[in-house]
Design a protein around this ligand. Structure first.
Ligand SMILES: [Zn+2]
Length: 205
């Protein structure tokens, strides 16, 4: 079985960002996190890693963890088990080329629980991490929508939550600029969770 990582104590939450790195969004996301002194997990796509290796390095250098989100973002179901395995491995290799080691954490595209999404990570030594809050940030277009999303998400977030966000939508930095201070005011902390994940070997050879 894949392991659903849970955030355990106090007011810990975990911020996660999928589908990047994206040259027009990821730098602003990193900036927002830096300002809020918040750490996160970035589930990257291998094809993006190959295009923007510097962004992956920067993300790691700024204290965040890099996780595997497959190479092409094709969900199992549209791939055979073997193709899915190859897609996951290809992302491992793309990250290893940049960081010298490959991830331990994995998030399946579309997050579906399937034979492939459960068995393939195990074969690759990966732990699967799902989420508990999905604000559907990829659909945000206007700044009003971004602000509303931030306020709703801030109100919904409870200790232990894992937030699913995507560092590919240009509206996301605005969401974070409004969300992170609210979370901080309520004592919600993502950095402690990242430290905990780090202590459990977030990378393998
Ligand atoms: Zn995704």
């Amino acid at each position: 079985m894949g392991i659903q990582e849970r955030v355990r104590s106090g007011r810990e939450i975990l911020l996660t960002f999928d589908d990047g790195p994206d040259p027009s969004v990821t730098p602003a996301v990193l900036e927002a996190l830096r300002e809020a002194k918040a750490r996160a997990v970035f589930f990257v796509l291998g094809k993006q890693v190959e295009k923007y290796p510097d962004l992956v390095r920067r993300t790691q250098d700024e204290g965040h963890i890099i996780g595997n989100h497959t190479y092409t973002h094709t969900a199992y179901g549209r791939f055979t088990l073997f193709e899915y395995l190859e897609d996951v491995k290809r992302c491992q290799e793309a990250v290893a080329k940049v960081l010298g080691r490959s991830p331990t954490y994995f998030r399946p595209p579309e997050g579906r629980l399937t034979v492939g999404s459960l068995s393939v990570p195990l074969l690759c030594g990966l732990h699967t991490m799902y989420w508990s809050l999905d604000p559907r940030d990829f659909s945000l277009e206007t700044s009003e929508q971004a602000n509303l999303c931030a306020d709703q998400l801030a109100a919904q977030t409870r200790p232990g939550d894992i937030l699913l966000l995507h560092d590919v939508n240009p509206a996301l930095p605005r969401v974070l600029a409004r969300l992170l201070p609210q979370l901080r005011e309520r004592g919600m902390d993502s950095s402690e969770s990242v430290k905990r994940l780090e202590s459990r070997t977030p990378y393998q050879k």
